[in-house]
Write a protein that binds this ligand. Structure first.
Ligand SMILES: *[C@@H]1O[C@H](CO)[C@@H](O)[C@H](O)[C@H]1NC(C)=O
Ligand SMILES: *[C@@H]1O[C@H](CO)[C@@H](O)[C@H](O)[C@H]1NC(C)=O
Ligand SMILES: *[C@@H]1O[C@H](CO)[C@@H](O)[C@H](O)[C@H]1NC(C)=O
Ligand SMILES: *[C@@H]1O[C@H](CO)[C@@H](O)[C@H](O)[C@H]1NC(C)=O
Length: 495
């Protein structure tokens, strides 16, 4: 039941150049220092070359002779904010009645039983700006850091799409339709609602509303998509299964025909679900800002072999490995532990978390309440190589964003191979050569742009976007919609 990833296309040139170019190999005595002074100069030169190359590629891309998978409309030029649409079909954003999105924010103090969401929904979902104190960042004074809530991707995506150059205001011009429903905020607000009719009512109302729209019915919803900031499990209650507080949004038949972006897909039944990264704390406004961070984090000195940011989970089978990780980390001189749970815990302080990760060579990512973790993306942002214990923490989730070859950017330790009488995590990680480790870190740092949510008001230099989470999602959705509508059902993905 493994998710086969769509084969990557070479036609879209969003991506930054290969790692060896961006981070030239050094023969430094200390392999943790990625760039020598010479390389810093090279790097600067390279940055200029990169931007120049990008512009040339963009020209090529836009020239009608370039053949691409997106046949008819890739060369459509929509001029919103005088930026050019590249790599995606034009999309339309519905102006939903406010109870489905902005209206929910009026009750932001009641949206989540654990947290007052008001500070988190501010700034289009980026949350409160934070002062950057990470050592690696000390030389820059970027205003692109926010204490972003882990379950808020739907708001950031909405804001990004509103300013996206591929947006069209004319539905007859659109080939993709975005339904800006804040499903995650809705879900958490009704977790404790015991009357199931009431718990589901907003989801049911949404679907009724969609079915009343002419554009929805033309292709039976197949060119429509939702973006949800919470895991698919929160929208997949079944009559037979246990009640975790979920509603039934994703089990409603019209939604099954749509594409659904979610931070965690249901690996077995989620064939119309596509994993998108959890938002981390960095929302850069330009490629330059992103590259500055990549360089700084590449230079970071990493005294810890590995670290774990997390706590225990009581009575959860899939989180059993956490007890073992905590034990091993406490017993290892080479592990830095940021334990969650007690009042003074630093584990929810973004800068404290990033600081530890930027000083660690490997970051352990154990399943928690669900398979996936926001921490995976914090660790990539910090240039720390993620160590996974379940294939559902990343490999079956984020096929659009992470490389197929999992050992090029991560370490996998089967949880059954971890424990009494088995190899310790420390031994496994010590067994990785410095050279392989360095290659993996470069690969991780080169993933940052893909798993980053660009600032929604980014003032993109020229036409240059860097292919962030939203750009990649639009590009993939365009292809999926084409396949769905032409009858080549994407369902063949699932075995
Ligand atoms: C966009 O282009 C139009 C005409 O080409 C110009 O009048 C307008 O000022 C431009 N807007 C921005 C934001 O650059
Ligand atoms: C983006 O710009 C709009 C309009 O100026 C503003 O209302 C919004 O708060 C800005 N978003 C962020 C995250 O700064
Ligand atoms: C649940 O809510 C619905 C709609 O508000 C209502 O008609 C129904 O009577 C409620 N059921 C119970 C058991 O209270
Ligand atoms: C979903 O699409 C199929 C065709 O693939 C169609 O027969 C069905 O009616 C659609 N479902 C809904 C609820 O629109």
């Amino acid at each position: 039941m493994f998710f086969r990833k769509p084969s990557p296309t070479s036609s879209l040139n969003y991506y930054l150049p290969s790692s060896s170019d961006l981070f030239p190999k050094t023969k430094d005595k200390d392999p943790n220092i990625a760039l020598t002074k010479l390389n810093k100069i090279k790097y600067l030169l390279f940055s200029f070359l990169l931007i120049a190359t990008w512009l040339i590629l963009l020209r090529l891309w836009l020239s009608p002779t370039t053949t691409t998978t997106l046949t008819t409309t890739t060369t459509t030029t929509l001029n919103n904010h005088n930026k050019t649409c590249v790599g995606s079909y034009p999309f339309y954003i519905y102006n939903l009645p406010p109870q489905f999105n902005l209206g929910l924010l009026e009750h932001c103090n009641n949206l989540n039983i654990y947290t007052n969401m008001c500070p988190h929904v501010a700034n289009n979902g980026l949350g409160q700006p934070i002062v950057t104190t990470v050592t690696a960042l000390s030389s820059s004074s970027s205003s692109s850091w926010f204490a972003t809530h882990q379950f808020i991707a739907e708001m950031i995506i909405h804001a990004r799409l509103e300013n996206h150059p591929c947006r069209t205001w004319d539905p007859s011009e659109a080939r993709l339709f975005y339904v800006p429903f804040y499903g995650g905020l809705y879900a958490s607000s009704v977790f404790r609602e015991v009357n199931l009719t009431q718990r589901d009512s907003l989801a049911v109302d949404l679907v009724d509303y969609l079915q009343s729209l002419p554009w929805f019915n033309i292709n039976e919803g197949k060119d429509h998509f939702l973006a949800l900031g919470r895991t698919a499990w929160d929208f997949m209650r079944t009559p037979s299964g246990p009640d975790f507080g979920a509603n039934i949004l994703l089990n409603l038949p019209p939604v099954k025909n749509m594409s659904v972006l979610t931070v965690e897909r249901q690996p077995w039944q989620g064939k119309n679900q596509f994993g998108i990264p959890y938002p981390s704390y960095f929302h850069p406004k330009s490629l330059t800002e992103l590259m500055t961070w990549q360089k700084q984090i590449g230079d970071s000195i990493r005294p810890y072999l590995f670290s774990f940011v997390g706590g225990t989970r009581h009575g959860l089978e899939k989180a059993k490995i956490r007890d073992e990780i905590l034990k091993q980390c406490k017993n290892s001189m080479k592990c830095e532990l940021v334990q969650c749970g007690n009042g003074a815990s630093k584990c929810h302080d973004p800068m404290a978390v990033l600081e530890v990760m930027s000083k660690s060579r490997f970051c352990l990512q154990a399943p928690g309440d669900s398979f996936t973790r926001r921490s995976t993306f914090d660790s990539i942002l910090a240039g720390c190589i993620p160590v996974f214990f379940s294939s559902h923490t990343a490999y079956t989730q984020y096929a659009w964003y992470l490389p197929d070859e999992k050992n090029t950017y991560s370490v996998f330790i089967d949880e059954n191979d971890c424990g009494e009488g088995k190899k310790s995590i420390e031994e496994v990680l010590m067994g990785i050569s410095k050279e392989d480790e360095e290659k993996m870190r470069v690969a991780v740092i080169n993933l940052i742009h893909k798993v980053t949510y660009m600032h929604p008001n980014a003032s993109v230099v020229e036409d240059v976007s860097f292919g962030d989470v939203v750009d990649i999602a639009l590009e993939r959705l365009s292809r999926i919609v084409e396949e769905k509508i032409s009858g080549k059902d994407f369902g063949s993905e699932e075995v």
